[in-house]
Design a protein around this ligand. Structure first.
Ligand code: FES
Length: 87
């Protein structure tokens, strides 16, 4: 599990192994829109303010992934214990 802080909304969630970041945030009352939930469509793209994502999508290019400043929260996870998202 890892922690996600949605900075603009001031919401913190713990993301369990069996759920996505988007699911965890929606469980906490947020309204994250998802579509494919497989990392292909780009609907759930958001900016990363802190932490390193574990990119599991096929939407971002390798270069974009290396920048670690945006991620797809329907499928990607975290390499750091905490991510701060611009949500
Ligand atoms: Fe399609 Fe996340 S919902 S990439």
């Amino acid at each position: 599990a890892f922690e996600v802080y949605a900075e603009l909304s001031d919401v913190t969630v713990t993301v369990q192994p069996d759920e996505s970041i988007a699911q965890a945030l929606n469980r906490a009352g947020m309204k994250i829109k998802v579509s494919c939930e497989q990392g292909t469509c780009g609907t759930c793209l958001c900016d990363v303010n802190e932490g390193i994502p574990d990119h599991r999508d096929v939407f971002l290019t390798d270069e974009e992934k290396e920048d670690n400043d945006q991620m797809l929260i329907c499928c990607s996870r975290a390499k750091t214990p905490r991510l701060v998202l611009d949500l």
